[in-house]
Design a protein around this ligand. Structure first.
Ligand SMILES: Cc1cc2nc3c(=O)[nH]c(=O)nc-3n(C[C@H](O)[C@H](O)[C@H](O)COP(=O)(O)OP(=O)(O)OC[C@H]3O[C@@H](n4cnc5c(N)ncnc54)[C@H](O)[C@@H]3O)c2cc1C
Length: 373
């Protein structure tokens, strides 16, 4: 069976479906090919922050790119609500990175100073607050919290509802979503791409690779590259509590449904099926020191998931020189950058070319630096 589309999006995670929705808004006929439930999928296991502070240390344009998405998020959520009636509960009340010792606060302050001292960095507000200043906004913090960094641009969303909402919107716009269509091979034949999947062949004029860490294998098929270094994160979820936390903390947030998500560890493992109890215990222990009221709360869920992580941690957006019409998109922070993918990157792909001024810093060509010696 062969079928024809303007664009085939490979990967049905947040990056793929946000891009597919944006393409459909531009009038493209779109198919999303997804491996399916056996695949390792970051989009189903993330922490749901729409986060700005700390982004860009080592690659200044990433800060501007992140802020662009953060600023677009409110309008993006409204558009989704108009189309689907579903509220993804995006909020941007400002977020905290809490410190449990003077040393932690000092390290945090130095890191933010380095970030904001970089040439070309976009100017945005972050501040270091002491315990009393933090307590004005987070009255339930424990005595051990010595202070925090705060950024008014930080926010969060209901990430699984975002996933469902995007799928509802895709369906309404006639996008063909194909689970259990693992792409095995991609070839350019004449003017079109032929994608061989586990459930038949699909043809499309353009192809957008959004297969997370699997982009590493797929990108070279169309003259692109995506050097990846996946890492694991663990999350602990509590029972529902009365609302007590009006601002997300980088490692702890209260969802719109009342549960508290704790976590965001970083481990080198790429095994998504296991949990390291010591890691969960450390995350929970720090959470209790930050908010002592969590001490007697029941944990109802815990999971691990594998981050889509490029070799240097920054996004990759590229288009192929050898296979015009092929694009690769991958990033950590696919929740934060969702608005950019839908409203900025997708229109570029629909027009057939990435806006170099905007995304050139994110080309994988940055990895082509000769090694010393
Ligand atoms: C623990 C954790 C916490 C996180 N917290 C945050 C956060 O707070 N804020 C934030 O912005 N981001 C966060 N992230 C990151 C965010 O979840 C990811 O950036 C985002 O989900 C990546 O989406 P993706 O679509 O690129 O990848 P994925 O969700 O991994 O999707 C890739 C898709 O590609 C498909 N696929 C793979 N190979 C093929 C193939 N050959 N053919 C067809 N389909 C294929 C898979 O089926 C999968 O559905 C977190 C991630 C983790 C793991």
């Amino acid at each position: 069976m062969t079928e024809d589309y303007d664009v085939a999006v490979v990967g049905g995670g947040l990056v793929g479906i946000a891009t597919a929705w944006g393409l459909a808004r531009e009038g493209c006929r779109v198919v999303v090919l997804d491996e399916g439930d056996r695949a390792v999928r970051a989009s189903r296991g993330n922490f749901a922050l729409v986060w700005v502070q700390s982004k860009g240390l080592g690659l200044a344009p990433y800060a501007g790119w992140t802020i662009r998405s953060s600023n677009a998020w409110g309008g993006f959520a409204d558009l989704l609500k108009q189309e689907t009636g579903l509220d993804v509960c995006f909020q941007r009340p400002g977020g905290f990175h809490l410190a449990l010792s003077d040393k932690e606060l000092e390290v945090r302050a130095i890191s933010l100073k380095r970030l904001h001292n970089q040439p070309g960095i976009v100017d945005y507000k972050t501040e270091i607050l002491d315990h009393d200043e933090v307590a004005k906004m987070l009255p339930d913090i424990g005595r051990e919290v010595v202070g925090a960094s705060y950024c008014p641009l930080d926010g969060h969303v209901n990430s699984l509802r975002l996933f469902r909402t995007l799928h509802t919107a895709l369906n309404a716009r006639g996008v063909s979503y194909r689970p259990s269509h693992r792409v095995e091979n991609i070839a350019k034949d004449g003017g079109e791409f032929r994608l061989t999947t586990t459930a038949g062949e699909v043809r499309a004029g353009r192809v957008a690779l959004a297969a997370g860490n699997a982009n590493m294998r797929l990108a070279p098929m169309v003259g692109l590259e995506a050097p990846m270094k996946p890492e694991r994160g663990q999350i602990v979820v509590t029972e529902r509590l009365r609302p007590f936390l009006n601002h997300p903390v980088v490692t702890l947030r209260q969802t719109d449904e009342g549960t508290v998500m704790i976590g965001d560890s970083k481990e080198e493992s790429t095994d998504p099926s296991g949990l390291t109890l010591g890691v969960s215990a450390t995350e929970a222990g720090r959470a209790v020191r930050m908010f002592p009221l969590l001490a007697n709360v029941n944990v109802v869920r815990t999971w691990s998931a594998i981050r889509v992580m490029t070799k240097d941690g920054f996004p990759i957006y590229d288009e192929s020189e050898t296979h015009p019409g092929a694009f690769v998109l991958c990033c950590h922070s696919g929740v934060t950058l969702c608005a950019n993918h839908a409203l900025t990157v997708a229109p570029m792909i629909a027009r057939g070319a990435l806006d170099k001024a905007m995304v050139a810093p994110f080309s994988a060509r940055r990895f082509h630096v000769p090694t010393a010696g």
